[in-house]
Ligand binder design. Sequence first.
Ligand code: NDP
Length: 295
Amino acid sequence: MSRAQILDGKACAKEVRSKVASAVAMIKGQHGVTPGLAVVLVGADPASEVYVKNKGKQTLAAGMASFEHRLPAETVEADLLVLIEQLNQDKAVHGILVQLPVPAHIDEAKIINAIDPAKDVDGFHVINAGMLATGQDGLVPCTPVGCVILAKQAMSDLSGLEAVVIGRSNIVGKPVAQLLLRENCTVTIAHSRTKNLKDVVARADLVVAAVGQQELVRADWIKPGAIVIDVGIHRLTLDGGGTKLVGDVAFDEVAEVAGAITPVPGGVGPMTIACLLRSTVLACCRAHGIVAPDL
Ligand code: NDP
């Protein structure tokens, strides 16, 4: 039995989706607008196929319009740019997401930056990254938003906490750090060149692990009572032939020391799509001058 509070991402994501569905009903009923999300998948990466399918299902379940564009792996960059421009112009589409990674012959940054920033529900466009960094109201990457919502389940006011984010990617580490700064945490970003990582993490009241290294974070790295948010996802093949998902944190042992912890699976993972739907509703409200409900 772990001593830590388990931060249940499945339940939390359900709550976010339910608020989104109520907001969608209000927007449809009062303004005659249906929020719409377009997802573009290039190629047939099996993990991406699963994500895209789930996104479509959950978008429809929230009462929103879902537009899926599946393109062959050999699609040329110019054709993808044409599709993005069509979606930018399409009034029924409020959010556009290009499932990453795209095939190697396509310039990912060029594609992301071709999306209208007002429809960039992944929040990866350089304008949205800049808005987040300068404290303006843009669209924010979904997994980082999910991390902060979960951390706030453990402590509603994160102000003044010593936070350590392990990982500095543009899609998780940096935006999580920016959001925690916005929550008035004192933020350290650690990465592969950080010296004495264990000692840096041991200072933290709040740890976000977005490292991509299976069970790197151990119990003796964690300050007793700290909040631990595990973004990592690794699929292990078991001796018996089955598979098991683990994170960047050694859950069983860290749960003995932490005050609150997200499990893998069932922690950060389910929050990502829920936050994507939330961002699409916010983008729709902004596009139509509708006062956004509390999401
Ligand atoms: P990246 O590989 O882009 O970034 C990993 C970061 O961790 C880098 O900044 C890297 O440092 C740092 N790092 C790697 N090894 C070490 C180490 N030994 N010590 C300290 N820092 C290290 O990964 P992502 O940010 O894209 O994803 C991180 C994890 O989150 C992955 O497991 C991924 O699968 C998962 N993920 C989960 C999502 C979800 O919905 N739950 C969504 C997105 C990602 P440096 O910059 O120096 O190389």
